[in-house]
Design a protein around this ligand. Structure first.
Ligand SMILES: Cc1cc2nc3c(=O)[nH]c(=O)nc-3n(C[C@H](O)[C@H](O)[C@H](O)COP(=O)(O)OP(=O)(O)OC[C@H]3O[C@@H](n4cnc5c(N)ncnc54)[C@H](O)[C@@H]3O)c2cc1C
Length: 483
């Protein structure tokens, strides 16, 4: 079989022999003499007459994008290269339940506000092209029944992320998407006619393969390799830093309160490194005491909005918490005074105003911090002591000394800047036919299903663009993205 155009190039520094496979044309494989031919290679699943889309990463964005491209262009070869197991983050997400998206943000402007990185750029075409409602419709149409919880988080009715994984993998399979697991894309370069040479390795079996692809979608999540591929293709990378983490607090007495929850607290983060003109980060919501500090939605949101400043300050700062955010300071004082008048014969530790909704363990913590004995009667507490308790409830400060040890829901801030991407096609502004989707971009959301929504929307738009191009049409209508 004659080869008209070698789709595979060279790899300097290694000893190669060429293999021409009988079941395909147009692809040249150069493999080290000692290396084996692997059972499924990209070459063995493509023909030279077919255009090829290589997707780097079999996560939410990559698989969703691959399905969309293959749905629009059935004749396009779509190969997803995944170094580990496909959809492994979907598996562990939402405590094994997978918080697929958020059902409370119908307005795209409000939706965009849930993205500390991306809140300006995502107000435009991005969610218009594939919104949370579109995601929910897609999954329902493909047999995954969903439910929306009171706080807006959307889960499969099965309460199992396996429903989402099974659906995506079976849809990908039935559309003819080829999934190569256990293989890593280690480099990519652009060659003539807007094509790419992609180096794929199976390290455990010592196999290297070079393929030529017409379209490349990088959906590599927060992997360093993915950032490196983007850089090789001319992109800059905003330094990746963690987002969505709990705070380690320097207070052994607080640690004893592990498990205590607050339905509504207002927390303000103050960092030395924060520029003077940046208002302190403030969030309101549920909070939780853990073995090592503080967690819960309010803390995770602060960690997300403050991700970059926290990284600069080495995760050290002051957290000021208001435990009675619905009451004015003077009202807190009057509530305490009223309690004193109503229950003068009760001990300080055994009775406290129910208006604050505080657990006994936390009330003890507050009176301990003020140096008050729990055995004294309310009648014997001075006005000054009550004023200082009221002040502590409104302005309780904690020393943040680091990030929490456990990853509850962890994403990465940073990656390929959105300014280098057309958000209505997800195509690179630097390199034609190169697309990005998901966490590899400098986009991250707060908790509640927003991070997967970024992956679904980006994957869908990228898949739509590639599918449209492969069908011979041009999706590159450059609508101005709202900034
Ligand atoms: C514990 C946990 C729970 C979470 N829960 C939720 C939740 O409930 N809801 C929510 O919205 N978000 C959640 N998130 C965040 C969410 O998982 C991510 O935002 C989302 O997975 C990003 O999708 P992605 O496809 O961009 O990246 P990923 O899911 O990270 O997928 C990228 C894939 O690319 C592969 N890869 C990388 N580089 C290469 C390479 N060079 N070659 C081949 N393969 C490569 C990786 O192995 C990976 O499988 C959670 C995150 C964590 C860690």
């Amino acid at each position: 079989m004659s080869l008209t155009f070698p789709r595979v190039l060279h790899a300097p520094g290694l000893l190669y022999r060429s293999l021409t496979c009988t079941n395909h044309t147009g692809y040249l494989l150069f493999l080290p003499r000692t290396r084996r031919f692997c059972a499924i290679t990209i070459s063995s699943v493509s023909k030279s007459s077919e255009e090829l889309m290589v997707v780097v990463g079999g996560g939410a964005a990559g698989i969703y994008g691959a399905i969309r491209a293959k749905t629009l262009a059935p004749n396009l070869k779509v190969v997803v290269v995944e170094k580990g197991k496909a959809l492994s983050k979907v598996k562990i997400s939402g405590g094994g339940r997978c918080n697929v998206t958020n059902g409370h943000c119908v307005d795209n402007m409000i939706l965009a506000e849930h993205y500390p990185r991306g809140h300006k750029e995502l107000r435009g075409s991005f969610f218009k092209m594939h919104s949370p409602m579109d995601t929910m419709t897609w999954f329902s149409d493909h047999g995954v029944e969903l439910k929306t919880e009171d706080d807006g988080r959307v889960f499969p009715v099965s309460n199992s992320s396996s429903s989402v994984i099974d659906c995506l993998l079976s849809e990908a399979k039935s559309r003819g998407v080829i999934l190569l697991t256990g293989k890593v894309v280690t480099s990519a370069s652009s060659i003539a006619r807007g094509k790419f040479t992609v180096r794929v390795e199976k390290r455990t079996a010592d196999i290297v393969e070079y393929v030529e692809a017409e379209y490349l979608l990088i959906a590599s999540g927060s992997s360093r390799q993915g950032y490196s591929l983007a850089a090789q293709l001319g992109h800059t990378i905003v330094e990746p830093v963690p987002s969505l983490f709990t705070f380690k607090i320097d207070d052994f007495q607080l640690a004893e309160l592990s498990g205590v929850t607050f339905t509504k607290a207002k927390a303000k983060l103050k960092l030395d490194t924060m520029q003077k003109n940046v208002p302190p980060l403030t969030q309101v919501g549920p909070m939780l005491v853990t073995h090592w500090g503080l967690s819960g939605p309010v803390i995770l949101r602060l960690s997300a909005w403050g991700a970059r400043d926290l990284s600069i300050s080495n995760y050290k700062g002051i957290l000021e918490v208001d435990f009675a955010p619905d009451l004015h300071a003077e009202d807190v004082k009057s509530v305490l005074n009223q309690h004193k008048n109503r229950f003068p014969k009760q001990k300080l530790l055994s009775s406290w105003p129910s208006e604050f909704g505080l657990a006994k363990r936390f009330w003890k913590y507050i009176i301990d911090r003020k140096g008050l004995s729990g055995d004294i009667l309310w009648s014997s507490i001075s006005r000054g002591s009550l004023t200082s308790v009221a002040f502590l409830l409104k302005h309780c400060t904690f020393n943040v000394i680091g990030k929490g040890q456990f990853k509850d829901e962890f994403v990465t801030a940073g990656g390929v800047p959105l300014s280098e991407i057309y958000l209505n096609t997800m195509e690179s502004r630097i390199q034609s036919n190169l697309f990005f989707a998901g966490e590899v971009l400098n986009v991250d959301g707060v908790t509640g299903g927003f991070n997967f929504q970024n992956a679904w929307s980006g994957g869908y738009i990228a898949g739509t663009s590639v599918g449209t191009l492969a069908n011979g049409s041009n999706p590159r209508y450059r609508e101005e993205d709202v900034a």
